[in-house]
Design a protein around this ligand. Structure first.
Ligand SMILES: [Zn+2]
Length: 227
């Protein structure tokens, strides 16, 4: 899609092409209504994935009573319509989702941007921060450490803000083009310690560089040289 845009930029438009068509808002009407119970999504995979396979698998995983509507809008990109808005919100809240171990990045319906502008390079992942001192297992700590990875969307704590348990769960909006964070070093009262991360529903990542998405020309790390 980007390549097409490059071609565009080089094009010299003739008068007819350049004179713009004013679009009235009443053009969108019904489409917008349907958008309210729809999502856009992309399966992150180098291989082309068939729409019907994704649809039938996700219908089971999402436990929707009525069939979903899936339309291709790009390479492994779909617009997905649910029978009602409630189902859509439930699925969106349940992110991340995997299709055959590939991350299925979902975003709320956006009817105004061009599909080439959709941001499928970021997605929310649930991180588990392990081995934290008990006094630091709380909302604030989750936010502080989580922020070093990406935007913190949620910290799983009790009503009093405390989260004692096996781990501290934090939902972070991650940049999938960067190597997945494996942990962070924290310093508590002068003593530094390593806090390892685990991910819930971890998708397939590159074994060389730890990324979920590569740039156009593929993996740049040499084998065994991970950083
Ligand atoms: Zn790689």
């Amino acid at each position: 899609m980007e390549e097409m845009e490059d071609v565009w930029r080089r094009l010299k438009l003739n008068d007819e092409e350049e004179s713009s068509i004013e679009i009235q808002q009443d053009v969108v009407g019904l489409t917008k209504l349907k958008g309210e119970r729809s999502l856009v999504g992309k399966v992150i995979s180098d291989r082309k994935i068939g729409r019907d396979i994704v649809r039938s698998m996700m219908e089971k995983m999402w436990k929707v009573g009525k069939p979903l509507e899936f339309h291709d809008i790009g390479s492994n990109c779909f617009v997905i319509s649910f029978v009602n808005r409630r189902d859509k919100v439930r699925v969106l809240d349940g992110c991340p989702w995997l299709f055959d171990n590939h991350l299925f990045v979902l975003k709320d319906f956006d009817g105004e941007s061009q599909p080439s502008q959709f941001d499928f390079d970021h997605a929310c992942l649930w991180m588990q921060m392990l081995n934290l001192p008990l006094s630091y297992m709380n909302k604030k700590m989750g936010e502080v450490i989580g922020r070093s990875v990406g935007e913190v969307m949620e910290v799983d704590v009790q009503e009093d803000g405390v989260a004692w348990g096996r781990c501290l769960r934090v939902k972070v909006d991650c940049d999938l083009r960067r190597p997945l964070a494996r942990g962070r070093t924290i310093v508590v009262e002068g003593r530094s310690s390593w806090v390892p991360f685990q991910y819930e529903k971890l998708p397939r990542i590159c074994f060389n560089c730890g990324r979920i998405i590569h740039e156009k020309d593929g993996c740049k790390e040499r084998e065994g040289n991970s950083s």
